[in-house]
Design a protein around this ligand. Structure first.
Ligand code: HEM
Length: 504
């Protein structure tokens, strides 16, 4: 390992010099904990969670700096700095950071979520918004309604017994997205696909020293490369089969029902034709099978755990605040009545239910840290954020900021009834569960629809009790940190039928 020692010694000598010379004449870095030579702040790596960063922000402020090996990181935990990053200077802050694992598993950023900001991303986003997420794609919306119905029936058949709401809603959103993507309502292939996704998720989150000290990538001290290769082969063969089946089926199809793979394949062949004619388009986007696979991954990751965790948190917060739960259920009884199920047209009148969902997203934004990267040097709040820095916008800390929210830690849906209160559409930076600006969530409408429908039906059809005489104050409200921040323990509750009409 002589060469390794030599390189480390060289880095110890040159790195401080590079850092100092590279910053001459520029603003200072934001404040932050002092780091060690070379590794910087890597010893506090375990604090790179929404809670850890919020604690550090109390000490170092709403804009603070960390250095992990060669990588600069800046954490943003206050609304005004978030506005600078997501709105005022969004042209500089709209790239995405990607680890080695993410680059490899997304076919080198062939998707939308991890593509850097630029013409390719713009075209991909346009394609996804028009073809996949638009309200006009009635099939996705239909799959939400039908799968919520399946979930209600499953709960009805367990009336009087404890139901694991966490598992129920994860299954629900997985089925919705699987169906919207692949069109098949059968369980066939789902378990295999979920297994592949789970391995991807672990690899996305796995610590890889080479992300911070790049030359260690060749050495691969943790043996991650072989695992990454296996995971990608598994996804390749799974989706290749699905794509081939779709190609064969598309000739015979006359039911007019299309799923996301059909839409992407149609665009794929249209583009192939157009690309022969137009130089411009050839240079902008050419959809390949890798793009199709990577977009499907985006949709599965973006749409499954986010919505499931929001539904589970909404049910949890309401069960922990019986008075609020009573108020939401009373509104459902008044607006809908107890002799029928909730329908789409009822939702615009279910004001308090919507307030409860907003309050859930404020306290538990499903993606607690928005990850962006700078395309060039920038200045925020008078501090330097260098090119290629990883910028973590702590939506979780911002939603609980005491300067923006009264009784910030309490679940009080009524706050959203007040005139002029912040909304999550993206122009109020104290409330950004869907982000804001260019990289904000393109699946917001679909996500909100699934959230409203699922919680509306679960609360209208059933009354819920905690199991074994547990008191609301005894509920465990801890979360775990990953790509999303779901409950640490699954919510379990006992349903009793509330409606007079049949549910089964
Ligand atoms: C309650 C539900 C949801 C929440 C709270 C949510 C939240 C978010 C957030 C915070 C971002 C990142 C914004 C940023 O980096 O500034 C995001 C991006 C994204 N979301 Fe969602 N999301 C939800 C549902 C969905 C659904 C249902 C889909 C797809 C079916 C989806 C697909 C995506 C994609 C593809 C991106 C990446 C966009 C880009 O990089 O250009 N999301 N979402």
């Amino acid at each position: 390992m002589d060469w390794l020692q030599t390189i480390i010694v060289m880095m110890m000598v040159t790195l401080p010099l590079v850092l100092v010379l590279g910053r001459r004449g520029k603003a200072p870095y934001p404040p932050g904990p002092k780091g060690l030579p070379i590794i910087g702040n890597m010893l506090i790596m375990d604090q790179l969670t929404h809670r850890g960063l919020a604690t550090l922000a109390k000490q170092y402020g709403g804009v603070f700096h960390l250095r992990m090996g060669f990588l600069h990181m800046v954490a943003i935990s206050e609304p005004e700095a978030a506005r600078q990053v997501l709105q005022v200077q969004d042209n500089v802050f709209s790239n995405r950071p990607a680890t080695i694992a993410i680059s490899y598993l997304t076919y080198d950023r062939a998707d939308m979520a991890f593509a850097h900001y630029g013409p390719f991303w713009r075209q991909m986003r346009k394609l996804c918004v028009i073809k996949l997420f638009s309200r006009k794609r009635a099939e996705s919306w239909r799959s939400v309604r039908e799968e919520v119905d399946v979930a209600v029936r499953s709960v009805a058949s367990s009336a009087g017994k404890p139901v694991n709401i966490g598992e129920l809603v994860f299954n629900l959103t997985k089925n919705i997205i699987y169906r919207a993507a692949f069109g098949s309502s059968s369980q066939e292939g789902q378990d295999e696909f979920i297994g592949i996704l789970q391995e991807f998720s672990k690899l996305f989150g796995a610590f890889n020293i080479a992300d911070f000290i790049p030359f260690l990538g060749r050495v691969d001290p943790q043996g991650l490369n072989a695992r990454l290769a296996r995971a990608r082969v598994a996804l390749d063969s799974f989706i290749d089969k699905i794509i081939d089946e779709h190609v064969q089926k598309s000739d015979k199809r006359d039911d007019g029902e299309t799923d996301m793979v059909d839409e992407l394949l149609a665009f794929y062949s249209e583009e192939a034709k157009l690309n022969n004619e137009s130089e411009d388009l050839q240079n902008s986007i050419r959809l390949t099978k890798d793009n199709i696979k990577a977009i499907i991954m985006d949709v599965m990751f973006g749409g499954t755990e986010t919505v499931a965790s929001a539904i589970e948190w909404a049910m949890s917060e309401l069960m922990r605040s019986p008075e609020e739960l009573k108020r939401v259920q009373q509104e459902l009884a008044d607006v809908v009545g107890l002799d029928r199920r909730v329908e789409e047209s009822d939702f615009e009148k279910l004001t308090y239910l919507k307030c409860a969902l907003k309050e859930t997203l404020r306290l538990h934004p499903p993606i607690p840290l928005l990850l962006h990267e700078t395309a060039e040097d920038a200045t925020v709040a008078g501090y330097l954020v260098p090119k290629k820095a990883r910028v973590m916008i702590n939506a979780w800390a911002i939603g609980r900021d005491k300067n923006s929210w009264e009784e910030a830690e309490s679940f009080k849906p009524g706050r959203f009834l007040k005139p002029g209160v912040a909304d999550f559409k993206g122009s109020n930076f104290e409330f950004i569960p869907f982000g804001s600006g260019r990289r904000s969530c393109p699946g917001m409408q679909l996500g909100l629809y699934a959230l409203e429908l699922a919680v509306g039906h679960l609360l209208h059809c059933f009354t819920w009790e905690l199991p074994d005489g547990m008191k609301p104050s005894e509920m465990d409200m801890a979360d775990v940190f990953g790509l999303t921040a779901p409950r640490a323990t699954r919510l379990v509750a006992v349903p009793t039928k509330r409606l007079l009409c049949p549910l089964l």
